[in-house]
Design a protein around this ligand. Structure first.
Ligand SMILES: C[S@@+](CC[C@H](N)C(=O)[O-])C[C@H]1O[C@@H](n2cnc3c(N)ncnc32)[C@H](O)[C@@H]1O
Length: 219
């Protein structure tokens, strides 16, 4: 078995992306588990996770690190956030904001086994409802299917220090289906530019056609 390290906590196992399973023996979705010595890896599906897609498409800047505190907006049922939980490890935290009760039911099952994942049933527009619990985050990860994705990021940027980073999957279809996605992405970046500069933009085709993945730095 050939294991290559891509970033700390992120590997390629025989060419496939993987993270070391924080909770051995437990799957979160239908991912394959692979044992290698003391470590068990979880394969990370780029068709199910935009962060995995961005990494496979050559993401250069990775600031989600062991020990990081990550504010995750739009956690859904926990697919990507569980891999982030593997990366940040026991000393890190992933604050999972999700407003859909149905998704939260599945997410709670994932968080029961992963003590570094903290589920918060809330609208990510209501930052003050969770700001005390989260405190200042090292990184924001945003993947919300909402029209006002720019305002949501700006509101949550209060929990990010100057010089820290946000990873955002901009979903053109949720913002405006009638517009060219490129125009929608550009409108989003202009809208958040008072608080963020763009570090990297990644086209995540062929894994996902309707998102642009961006790394932003807080000004
Ligand atoms: C595309 S899914 C996220 C998938 C997830 N990030 C993953 O990769 O595993 C988008 C999620 O955003 C949630 N969402 C949309 N608007 C939201 C808001 N204002 N606050 C919190 N969650 C929101 C939806 O309920 C949905 O679960």
């Amino acid at each position: 078995m050939k294991t290559d390290k891509i970033f700390t906590g992120i590997f390629r196992i025989d060419g496939k992306l993987a993270t070391p399973n924080l909770v051995k023996g437990m799957r979160v979705y239908d991912e394959e588990l692979i044992d290698s010595g003391d470590v068990q890896y979880r394969l990370w599906n780029p068709y199910r996770s935009k962060l995995a897609a961005a990494i496979l498409k050559g993401l250069k800047h990775m600031y989600i690190l062991p020990g990081s505190s990550v504010l995750y907006l739009g956690a859904s049922t926990g697919t990507t956030s569980s891999h982030i939980s593997d990366i940040v490890g026991e000393k890190g935290s992933v604050y999972c904001i999700e407003m859909a009760e149905r998704s939260m039911r599945d997410l709670l099952r994932v968080c029961e086994n992963r003590h570094n994942m903290l589920p918060i049933l809330q609208d990510a527009r209501n930052v003050s409802s969770y700001s005390d619990e989260v405190g200042m985050a090292d990184v924001i990860y945003q993947d919300v299917s909402a029209r006002d994705q720019d305002s949501i990021l700006l509101a949550n940027s209060a929990l990010l220090a100057k010089g820290s980073y946000a990873y955002v999957a901009i979903k053109s279809q949720s913002i405006d289906v009638s517009k060219d996605p490129k125009a929608v992405y550009s409108q989003f970046i202009t809208s958040v530019s008072r608080a963020f500069s763009v570090v990297e933009e990644i086209d995540i085709m062929p894994y996902d056609k309707m998102h642009l993945f961006v790394v932003l730095k807080k000004k």
